[in-house]
Design a protein around this ligand. Structure first.
Ligand SMILES: [Zn+2]
Length: 138
């Protein structure tokens, strides 16, 4: 949410500058419309005295957005199939809010496991992968 708000803030402030100085009607405060508006006026913006600030701010915002969306590759691996009875959807790690760590494991159908349940989940996954073996064998 913070990242979206930052993107929106950056695009709107530059769209407002273009609208003011060019007398163009400002677009609605939506990312796609603001970006399209800025693209239409891009050549003009790049000749503006503030072009350096514009480019720098866009790069900062894009970099921030990329970092916010980044999930460690080691966390993005396939964990297997959901062990909930009747559900076989793929499991994936979900980052905890505001961190790069995993907050929960969730299947595509919405079954979730919090950290204190991961050991039990792991046992269930092992049992699913090696049917016929007894649990205490390892
Ligand atoms: Zn499931």
């Amino acid at each position: 949410m913070a990242t979206r708000s930052r993107i929106l803030g950056t695009l709107s402030s530059w769209a407002a500058l273009v609208a003011d100085e060019r007398g163009a009607g400002a677009p609605r405060r939506r990312p796609a419309e603001l970006a399209a508006f800025l693209l239409v006026h891009l050549d003009w913006l790049l000749c503006h005295a503030a072009a350096g600030d514009f480019v720098e701010e866009l790069l900062d915002t894009a970099d921030h957005a990329r970092r916010s969306a980044y999930v460690k590759p080691s966390l993005a691996k396939d964990l297997g199939r959901c062990v909930h009875p009747g559900c076989e959807r793929p499991l994936s790690p979900v980052p905890a809010a505001g961190t790069k760590g995993v907050g929960q494991v969730r299947c595509a159908a919405g079954h979730t496991w919090l950290p204190h349940q991961w050991l039990a989940l792991m046992r269930n996954l092992r049992r699913e992968r090696r049917p016929g073996r007894s649990e205490g064998a390892a």
